[in-house]
Write a protein that binds this ligand. Structure first.
Ligand SMILES: CC(=O)N[C@H]1[C@@H](OP(=O)(O)OP(=O)(O)OC[C@H]2O[C@@H](n3ccc(=O)[nH]c3=O)[C@H](O)[C@@H]2O)O[C@H](CO)[C@@H](O)[C@@H]1O
Length: 368
């Protein structure tokens, strides 16, 4: 048998949520001496970081849920072409394992890989199996999950499930060592709305903060991500609140540092946000984006709520008064926040990338 380690193919593309875990796994596998290739669609052609350095093949892909009859026909044709392209490439490249990260760009490669009898793994970032992964679950060898409980896996697939967690970037992992800070003077509140920002936080938070008990309000320092089109209006709303320390931006580059110094995170419940707040171990109020596919953000947040790490407030129940009440309660007894911070830390999965890499490696060993 040759000493050369087998090639591993990563099938990923689309939004950051599907691409970040692929990046973390790539770093782990390269460090273990594996050769890697990336199969992605045209939109994923230009990745920075480690994925950008991999041998890359473009595979035709189309959303299975294409719109209208014409859209559906085009999607099916793109998918068919993608399966054909992937099948030929796989036969030529002979990978040891093929790993998919959800999203439609991964589907043709994963279908071709399972039809070809290759060892296959999918990783799911949310607490509900996404549509693409649902299509693949019955066909692959392993299903790696980011949460302890995940919907729509199907009882027939339970035996393949490995709870690895959702890998986060190294800068977030580095902050896991920083203890939750005492609120001696300033209370740092960080507000994040996912990668796009969330209008609801611009609409409600200035009012909610302005009504807080005076003793709490005078100590507040708020760092809030806003959608770019609401930056000016949000600034205006804060101008009458009497809160001196307000920092607004449409996207913060230093989330690891901001999260680490936060006493409370108020955020949407996207997969990476949930993974990051638990890795660092900070308490949170999560308001799931109500239109996420299959309401997966609510299920993500429920997983954290069950472990005592967050307070979940549905957007339909979110009002300035409700939030003021929650915040007054939380900040009047800092022990609650400390307990939530501990619970978040305990729910964190800092070894997610390692466990994902172990799962891939184990499949190679099984094959040998
Ligand atoms: C609206 C929507 O459907 N969002 C989905 C999208 O996540 P979406 O990308 O919206 O949200 P996530 O929470 O997964 O990721 C946000 C990322 O942006 C970073 N960040 C955020 C704000 C900022 O100012 N700076 C910054 O760096 C966060 O640290 C995090 O790493 O894909 C996820 C994974 O499938 C899903 O769980 C989400 O439901």
């Amino acid at each position: 048998m040759s000493d050369k380690k087998p090639l591993i193919i990563l099938a990923a593309g689309g939004t950051g949520g599907h691409v970040f875990p692929a990046e973390s796994l790539a770093e782990q596998l390269l460090a273990r001496g594996y050769r890697l290739a990336l199969f992605t669609d045209k939109r994923g052609a230009k990745y920075s970081g480690v994925l950008g350095q991999l041998e890359t093949r473009h595979i035709s892909a189309g959303s299975v849920a294409g719109r209208g009859l014409f859209g559906k026909i085009r999607s099916v044709l793109s998918l068919g072409l993608g399966i054909f392209q992937a099948k030929r490439l796989l036969a030529k490249m002979e990978p040891g394992v093929v790993v998919g990260f959800g999203g439609y760009p991964s589907v043709p490669t994963m279908i071709a890989a399972s039809l070809g009898g290759y060892a296959t793994v999918i990783h799911e970032q949310n607490a509900v199996l996404g549509r693409a992964n649902r299509l693949l679950a019955g066909k692959v060898k392993r299903i790696c999950t980011s949460f302890a409980t995940v919907d729509h896996i199907g009882s027939e697939n339970e035996g393949k499930v490995i709870f690895t967690g959702n890998p986060v970037r190294q800068a977030i992992l580095d902050k896991r060592q920083t203890p939750y800070a005492d609120m001696a003077e300033t209370i740092n509140i960080l507000v994040l709305g996912g990668s796009q920002g969330a209008q609801v936080f611009s609409d409600i938070l200035p009012d909610a903060f302005s009504k807080l008990d005076k003793k709490i309000k005078s100590r507040l320092s708020v760092t809030q991500q806003c959608r770019p089109e609401f930056l000016d209006a949000t600034k205006e709303s804060y101008s009458t609140t009497g809160i001196d320390h307000i920092k607004l931006d449409s996207f913060f580059q230093d989330v690891p540092a901001l999260l680490s110094s936060a006493h409370l995170l108020i955020a949407r419940a996207g997969a990476s946000t949930c993974a990051e707040v638990t890795t660092v171990g900070r308490p949170s109020i999560l308001v799931p984006y109500p239109h996420a596919t299959d309401d997966h953000q609510t299920r993500n947040a429920q997983n954290l709520e069950t472990s005592g790490a967050c307070k979940l407030i549905a957007q339909t129940e979110l009002s300035a008064d409700r939030l003021t009440q929650e915040l007054n309660n939380l900040f009047s007894d800092p022990q609650i926040l400390t307990q939530m911070a501990d619970a978040a830390y305990n729910a964190g999965q800092p070894d997610a990338a390692t466990r994902l890499a172990d799962t891939v490696e184990d499949l190679i060993k099984v094959k040998e």
